[in-house]
Design a protein. Structure first.
Length: 242
């Protein structure tokens, strides 16, 4: 499934996209506003959808001057399942949080990243997960948990789980190497276990150590080059005296 297009799980039509907009906020929308949000839909197509949904009573139409505004009918029997569909991203994250909470201190940090986090999933996209294992976690039990988590993700969404695992030491080494994946998780990932501040701290402190080492190497190389230059100058001066 596409978490960014949750209604596509039940209908591939424009109806689902329009309902997703109406269910996203307790507000009224005009046709041009809906069109700007959906970007690729025509105004006429949206109007036809709203007319059909209004006929079902799911959508309420109000007239303000010459402008028609539309809103989801929150008292309609279908409004609850419609809102549930609109909130599938939040629901999936909450399920991950609840499941990982059962792992206790074995998981130091976890986050969803990639297309699922940025809202750019395709139907065949993997759901990318970063997991950081505590140093004292039992490896065999951990592997069993990761296998079960991968199964659950597929059962919940229909998408394969792509799990990227680090131990705490491995993550520190990756941070020191300025691993791009960790930068992506830190800036755009969705935390589902642990604290994002912990990841920031690892990146800031350990990448800083790497930068300091590089600075020290450059400084040492400059000192060596300067010493070599001085040595050559002294050798030339001695040669002239002789």
């Amino acid at each position: 499934m596409q978490l960014n297009r949750s209604f596509a799980t039940v209908t591939p039509t424009l109806d689902g996209d329009v309902l997703a907009v109406l269910a996203s906020a307790d507000a009224t929308f005009t046709i041009p506003q809906i069109q700007r949000i959906l970007a690729t839909a025509s105004g006429e197509g949206i109007r036809k959808v709203l007319t059909r949904l209004s006929g079902q009573g799911v959508v309420l139409r109000d007239q303000v001057g010459r402008t028609n505004t539309y809103r989801l009918n929150c008292e309609h029997l279908a409004s609850e399942p419609i809102r549930a569909l609109a909130q599938l991203t939040s629901t999936s994250l909450r399920r991950l949080e609840d499941h990982l909470a059962q792992w206790g201190g074995d998981v130091v940090y976890a986050a969803v990243f990639g297309s699922a986090a940025t809202g750019k999933m395709r139907l065949d996209s993997d759901l990318d997960l970063l997991l950081v294992r505590a140093a004292d976690a039992e490896p065999e039990a951990w592997e069993q948990r990761v296998t079960e988590l991968s199964r659950l993700v597929t059962a919940w969404t229909g998408n394969d789980a792509r799990v990227v695992e680090y131990t705490e030491d491995e993550l520190r080494a990756a941070a020191a190497a300025d691993e791009p994946l960790l930068r992506d998780v830190a800036t755009r990932g969705l935390t589902v276990a642990g604290e994002r501040s912990w990841l920031y701290w690892q990146l800031r402190n350990h990448s800083g150590l790497q930068e300091q080492r590089q600075h020290d190497r450059r400084e040492l190389a400059e000192r060596f080059a300067s010493a070599e230059k001085t040595r050559h100058a002294a050798t030339d001066e001695i040669a002239e005296l002789l």
